[in-house]
Design a protein around this ligand. Structure first.
Ligand code: PT1
Length: 289
């Protein structure tokens, strides 16, 4: 890639030149930790976070609202009760940059007050108050494209030109953010794999990641373990999508994506080292032939 960003300060997050960073997914939702109780869920999440830190994760994305296809909304109080104890503990006792995966202004504000350095919003700051809280916070924001809402988004999603429409939407949201006082240097864009998209539409986006990278904004791609991989694998369930997930991360990195959002941190970091080695070799080769 010639147009990979030259190293970039994203709010409090330093993105190194030409490297694809790994965002580890930390779901604090009862469906991921079936046995329920608040403390059990919190402790399991913290153990999972520590394991990802040991593996070398770059950013941890903490979320308390499932946004998978079919998922129901949760209240702000419920989301706060899920994520805040985890964000507070991580920010108080670890150096790792923490991102909060939420669309709610109230959750954004509490998370940033506790030390989160990125707001990751699958609704691209369209919920009431979210834009103002993000602007006032001074932290980085990830703006994602979604067609509809999680509960119904996979019911026959249609586009005339999926790549053009997703790019347009994100460019419009970037302009809205800038008008609200959020600097370009704080903004990440994300095509939103699986959010109101068929397999073909997802593949068009994957094949066109370079067009998102060409905006000059850092791009985030979240493909890990998603349904699109299950479809490519002829129905492999969510626990049998590791190799496909790692492949998607490598394809994303090769296209110049700055951050991949993944479940499998160690495997992804190893795979991305191959991409990096190739880039370094190409840089040396360019100099020495
Ligand atoms: C994502 C993302 C996210 N994905 C960002 N945040 C989820 N920035 C949550 C499926 O098709 O891609 N980017 N936060 C998880 N959401 C989904 C959506 C999980 C679709 C699974 C699917 O399987």
């Amino acid at each position: 890639m010639d147009d990979v960003h030259p190293g970039l300060q994203l709010g409090d997050i330093r993105l190194e030149a030409g490297r694809c960073h790994v965002m580890g997914i930390l779901n604090v939702t009862p469906d991921s930790f079936s046995d329920g109780g608040r403390f059990a869920v919190r402790d399991a999440a913290l153990r999972h976070a520590e394991a990802m830190i040991d593996e070398g994760v770059d950013i941890i994305d903490v979320g308390g609202e499932s946004t998978r296809p079919g998922a129901e909304p949760v209240s702000a109080d419920e989301e706060l009760a899920r994520v805040m104890p985890v964000i507070e503990e991580l920010c108080a006792n670890h150096e790792i940059p923490v991102s909060v995966d939420t669309s709610k202004a109230e959750v954004m504000r509490a998370a940033v007050d506790a030390g989160a350095v990125m707001i990751n919003d699958v609704r691209a700051l369209r919920e009431p108050g979210a834009l103002d809280v993000a602007a006032a916070s001074g932290v980085a924001v990830c703006l994602m494209h979604m067609l509809g809402e999680p509960r119904t988004m996979q019911n026959d999603p249609r586009y005339d030109d999926v790549v053009g429409e997703v790019l347009n939407f994100l460019q419009q949201r970037v302009e809205v953010c800038r008008a609200a006082g959020i600097d370009r240097t704080r903004i990440v864009i994300d095509p939103g794999f699986g959010f109101g998209k068929t397999l073909v539409q997802n593949l068009r986006l994957l094949a066109s990641l370079d067009r998102f990278v060409a905006t000059g904004l850092p791009v985030l791609a979240g493909i890990s373990r998603k349904r699109m991989l299950g479809e490519i694998l002829h129905g492999a369930d969510v626990n049998h999508r590791l190799y496909a997930s790692v492949s998607a991360a490598v394809i994303s990195a090769q296209a110049g994506v700055a951050i991949v959002r993944v479940h499998d941190v160690a495997a992804t970091l190893d795979a991305l080292k191959v991409v990096e080695a190739l880039r370094e070799q190409e840089a040396v080769g360019d100099a020495q032939a």
